[in-house]
Design a protein around this ligand. Structure first.
Ligand SMILES: Cc1ncc(COP(=O)(O)O)c(C=O)c1O
Length: 408
């Protein structure tokens, strides 16, 4: 008999809450026949605009822009802060590939930097990677936890760089009392189904920089400049990443659920951590470093084993006890969260034969799968457990019992 009686609840925090309110919101939009943000038979207020106002207020910024995905948010954010051909942007070696791909999409060149025990950008390695061509740093707040924003923003200021925060995995989390995404020049969120709150797909851009916001608005909507009466001299062409009203209606309801979800996950993570701390201490093991515990979105509990082989053994044994766990990196399992598996980028593959954005590089750029050995070592030794807001006390007790047995 496994220690844990049931498998964990699914890790779709907002997704699992979808209920009557989302249904009503979607029906309201359908019945109004106003499926497009800017017009329809029944004009009325736009859900996307309402979402932008609510999101900006929630995150403590002046401006928010609703788009179709987190990747679209990153692309619009990069356009917003003026990243283009040949510009180097420092991205962490541990992030969803979209962070790097969005840089490439605007003609920029992603430069990989190591993560440290926080599993977010290591400021010391970022500094080593800065060249005369660096234009921005992209801190990615991975698995709910904030990056070392004081060090990173200080670095950026010292070197005259922009900061674009990727908050896809950490909606509502904060660093020293400030919401993630509101600290750098611009912040980008995802509402994809895996994220804390969701509309299935979708993304948000937030900023206090009026110029960056205008640029993002004009890029995300071909006639964004005209619609907003921006000055003719500032007018730019754009493409289309406009958020549909149906998504915005769902996202608005989900935003109202965000603080409740965070509170539920934080309470559960505190219990798990309190129970696991003495077990880890006995074995001289450490948790992933959380640079601001209060601000942690608490979606994940991560600790490090002494070796990758031990981490894999622990995960297998936990799974046999019905405890969902995973290691964050295995060389033999392709996972686009780890740069070493980004073959299309490492090999600088391009959609056309012209060399893609790398032809604009102002120095020779070569990527290798062993560029960031510390990141691979840490991720290979990292044991990861989801912290679902639906974990029951029983789930937590049994998880701790299992961890205690497996780590003993
Ligand atoms: C860190 C990170 N950045 C960017 C994205 C891209 O978001 P989307 O899938 O909504 O395009 C994701 C999630 O998929 C992510 O986890």
């Amino acid at each position: 008999m496994p220690i844990k009686q049931r498998p964990n609840p699914p890790m779709y925090p907002g997704g699992m809450e979808i209920g009557a309110e989302e249904e009503a919101a979607v029906l309201e939009v359908l019945r109004s026949k106003r499926l497009f943000r800017y017009y329809g038979p029944n004009p009325g207020p736009s859900k996307a605009e309402e979402l932008e106002r609510a999101f900006a207020a929630h995150m403590g910024v002046q401006r928010a822009l609703a788009v179709t995905s987190g990747t679209a948010a990153l692309v619009c954010g990069l356009q917003g802060i003026g990243i283009g051909p040949g510009d180097e942007v420092i991205v962490p070696a541990y992030t969803w590939i979209a962070s790097a791909a969005s840089v490439i999409a605007v003609g920029g060149i992603p430069i990989l930097a190591e993560v440290d025990e926080s599993l977010t950008l290591d400021p010391a390695d970022v500094e080593r990677k800065i060249t005369p061509y660096t234009k921005a740093i992209m801190p990615v707040h991975m698995r709910g936890a904030p990056c070392r924003m004081d060090e990173l923003t200080a670095l950026a200021q010292r070197h005259g760089l922009k900061v674009i925060e990727d908050v896809a995995q950490s909606d509502g989390a904060s660093y020293r009392g400030r919401r993630l995404g509101s600290i750098g020049d611009i912040g980008c969120f995802s509402l994809q189904f895996n994220k804390i709150i969701t509309a299935g797909e979708g993304g948000m851009v937030i900023t206090n920089d009026e110029t960056a916001w205008k640029r993002a608005v004009m890029f995300h909507d071909v006639v964004g400049g005209l619609r907003n009466n921006f000055p003719a001299a500032e007018m730019m062409w754009g493409i289309n990443f406009r958020m549909p009203e149906l998504l915005a209606a769902v996202a608005l309801v989900q935003l109202r659920r965000l603080e409740g979800l965070l509170a539920a996950m934080r309470a559960r993570k505190r219990m798990l951590k309190a129970g696991l701390a003495p077990i880890l201490a006995r074995r001289g093991l450490a948790f992933r470093e959380i640079v601001d515990e209060e601000g942690d979105a608490a979606i994940a509990l991560i600790f490090f084993m002494p070796s990758a082989a031990e981490a894999q053994r622990v995960v297998e044994t936990l799974r046999a006890e019905n405890i969902g766990a995973s290691v964050l990196y295995r060389p033999d399992r392709t996972d686009y969260h780890i740069y070493a598996h980004w073959t299309p980028i490492l090999e600088q593959r391009t959609w056309t034969a012209d060399g893609g954005p790398w032809r604009w590089a102002r120095r020779e750029i070569r990527y290798r799968a062993d560029d960031c050995p510390r990141t691979l070592d840490l991720l290979g030794r990292a044991v990861h457990l989801d912290v679902s807001p639906l974990l029951t006390n029983e789930d937590i007790e049994e998880t701790l019992e299992g961890l205690s047995k497996v780590l003993a």
